[in-house]
Design a binder for this molecule. Structure first.
Ligand code: C2O
Ligand code: CU
Length: 626
């Protein structure tokens, strides 16, 4: 919902519940550690309720319960809704004889009257503020508060006849998913609303966005033609490698339903994009893995434009390699640059976009086109890529803009697993133009994509490659004067020494993931992490849920554009300092994006001290996050 101050809504929810129940205590807010209300563990509303709790205000009874079945009165519900919407409060009126000007809920009820959440005359001269609110009343108020279009047709319940008025409004709330029916096909309009139902409906109304992009991703086994002479069985989303390319406009909400048609559990991690912790897709850390035959809905607002990806986070080494990945593109709402072409190319263990050699489709362009090429590495190793035939700019890394990039050519760009780079160039039909992976100075024809101009001949020439420079991100683009001054004092400093031991375990500070203590933070802190690679392999370190700013490499401040990234390749012998603000409560992985390294130990997590776990880990779910 636009203009919604979520925190103020949460406060109001807590306040209402505080008023409703004297057993509600603020003390629990100050206790640290993970806990869950005893009586909502495994409850269908556990996730939304705890999300609300985590947004800054506590609630719960001293005895550790939430009492999800308790009643919600009319005045409580109206107050929540009015505060959620952030209307200016009306004072000094008393439309109902039983809601005196001095009553605590009076300004909320008067405001609801004024803005039309309640219609004049609807309740007569008395409101009965203490009466439990019914499901139909809740639906009517929610629909009006969101100005939803009337929708009688959505009311297709067995007991539809029990709805005597405002069918269009109630139907609208059903259509928008704010209030739903029961599994037995009834709506039960007159039934009272429980605390759990009210919390869920308000949370849904708060997150409601008419601009929702819905996708269904079915994870299943499928035959996939990789090259002209090889078809193999892959695990894929919707039967293709990569899975369905998801494009969404900045500000819109993605609602992605994953359906597990595989013989083992699966999850989806939305790589790079900041989202609420429950949607992060890490089995055992943010959710229980989705079991065979089951489904799970991921829903989040895509606030940051950029190039991201999605992939399974369950047994990444196996599942990602088998093909469970795809591209997620968040397009700018008001693009500053117009592109004639916008292509996403996933560099993977197959080659490019799940294909190899001649099977890699050519990308159509016309002379003079401004082309955006998004490169995403979802493979097991870093790739050097070479763009032949044109000058280009590297405009973004990990989806985030690079300040004033200059044109380059004959340059090898290294892209490590988990990293993304956006390139921009003007197509020139007088030049053969292609992008290829390069190994030891040679173009890998198996991993080469050609840009196809109209009328151009089909055969591909092989040229010796002219690349003589290695791209250096730390010196690329223009510096912005102020940037280093933002980071003066840090609340948390952590050093990670990246290595491998004689047991072939990949370690951080000599330990593997399960022996490492999480990095504990509070909300609103400045954190500096120093990463030092004393091993012989590259380690692309990826942080979930946040972007970090790269401050220095080998003790030298970044001299080019400010760099905001979520994945940073630390090469042998290198030391990087990065910094970020803790603005996204939860438990977040920080790991090497070579899944084989993460599975062999190279990972840890950032853990917010006050974060209340929003789900109950199930030891039988087979959760395996690496
Ligand atoms: Cu793309 Cu934790 O991963
Ligand atoms: Cu690694």
């Amino acid at each position: 919902m636009k203009n919604l101050n979520y925190i103020s809504f949460i406060s109001s929810l807590a306040m209402i519940f505080l008023q409703a129940d004297s057993g509600w205590t603020m003390e629990m807010h100050h206790q640290h550690g993970k806990k869950a209300f005893l009586d909502i563990q495994g409850h269908w509303a556990q996730m939304p309720i705890t999300e609300l709790v985590n947004s800054g205000v506590i609630n719960g009874f001293e005895d550790g319960t939430f009492r999800p079945m308790g009643d919600v009165t009319r005045e409580q519900f109206v107050t929540m809704l009015v505060q959620a919407k952030g209307y200016d409060l009306v004072r000094g009126k008393a439309s109902f004889s039983d809601v005196a000007e001095t009553r605590w809920s009076n300004p909320y009820i008067e405001t609801a009257m004024k803005v039309g959440v309640m219609a004049k005359g609807e309740y007569g001269s008395s409101f009965s503020p203490n009466q439990p609110i019914s499901r139909q009343e809740m639906a009517i108020m929610a629909a009006r508060s969101l100005a939803l279009p009337l929708n009688e047709k959505a009311l297709s319940f067995k007991d539809r006849a029990k709805v005597k008025r405002h069918e269009g409004l109630i139907g609208a709330a059903v259509q928008a998913g704010i209030v739903t029916g029961f599994p037995d096909g009834t709506f039960r309009p007159a039934e009272r609303v429980t605390r759990a139902q009210a919390a869920v409906a308000i949370a849904r109304a708060s997150n409601y966005n008419p601009n929702v992009k819905e996708v269904t991703l079915v994870a299943k086994e499928a035959p996939w033609q990789v090259s002209s002479d090889r078809t193999q069985i892959v695990w894929a989303f919707n039967g293709t490698v990569p899975g369905t390319e998801i494009r969404i406009k900045e500000g819109n909400t993605l609602r992605a339903k994953v359906v597990n048609g595989l013989p083992e559990p699966v999850t989806i991690h939305w790589h790079g994009i900041p989202l609420p912790n429950p949607m992060d897709g890490v089995p055992g850390m943010t959710q229980n893995a989705v079991q065979p035959g089951q489904s799970f809905i991921y829903e989040f607002k895509a606030d940051k434009p950029g190039t991201y990806m999605y992939h399974s986070h369950q047994k990444g080494v196996e599942q990602v390699n088998k093909g469970l990945f795809g591209a997620l593109i968040v397009e700018e709402k008001d693009p500053k640059v117009h592109y004639d072409r916008d292509y996403a190319l996933m560099l993977d263990a197959f080659g490019m976009n799940g294909k190899t050699g001649e099977m890699i489709p050519k990308l159509p362009v016309q002379n003079g086109d401004r082309v955006k090429l998004r490169l995403l590495n979802i493979g097991r190793t870093e790739y050097d890529v070479y763009l032949h035939g044109v000058e280009y700019k590297v405009t973004h890394t990990d989806g985030q803009p690079i300040h004033q990039p200059r044109s380059i050519q004959n340059t090898l760009l290294t892209i490590a697993p988990g990293e993304r780079y956006d390139l921009e160039f003007i197509a020139d039909s007088s030049q053969e133009t292609y992008l290829a992976k390069v190994i030891q100075g040679n173009v890998l024809t198996a991993s080469r994509v050609d840009f196809q101009f109209p009328g151009q001949s089909e055969d591909r020439q092989s040229h010796p490659i002219a690349a003589n420079t290695l791209f250096d991100l730390t010196e690329y683009g223009q510096a912005i004067e102020e940037f280093s001054h933002e980071w003066v004092a840090f609340d948390v400093e952590y050093e990670m020494v990246l290595d491998k031991n004689e047991r072939d375990e990949y370690t951080i500070n000599g330990k593997v993931m399960h022996d490492l203590e999480p990095i504990l933070v509070n909300k609103g802190q400045k954190v500096k992490v120093t990463m030092r690679n004393i091993d012989k392999e590259d380690h692309p370190m990826h942080l979930h849920g946040h972007f970090f700013q790269v401050l220095s490499r080998n003790g030298k401040l970044i001299s080019g554009s400010p760099l905001w990234k979520d994945t940073l390749n630390v090469r042998p012998g290198e030391t990087y300092e990065v910094a970020f603000i803790t603005d996204n409560p939860g438990n977040w992985m920080f790991h090497c994006h070579k899944f084989q390294h993460a599975a062999a130990g190279m990972g840890t997590s950032i853990s917010y001290r006050d974060y209340l776990l929003h789900f109950t880990p199930d030891p039988n779910a087979g959760n395996q996050m690496e």
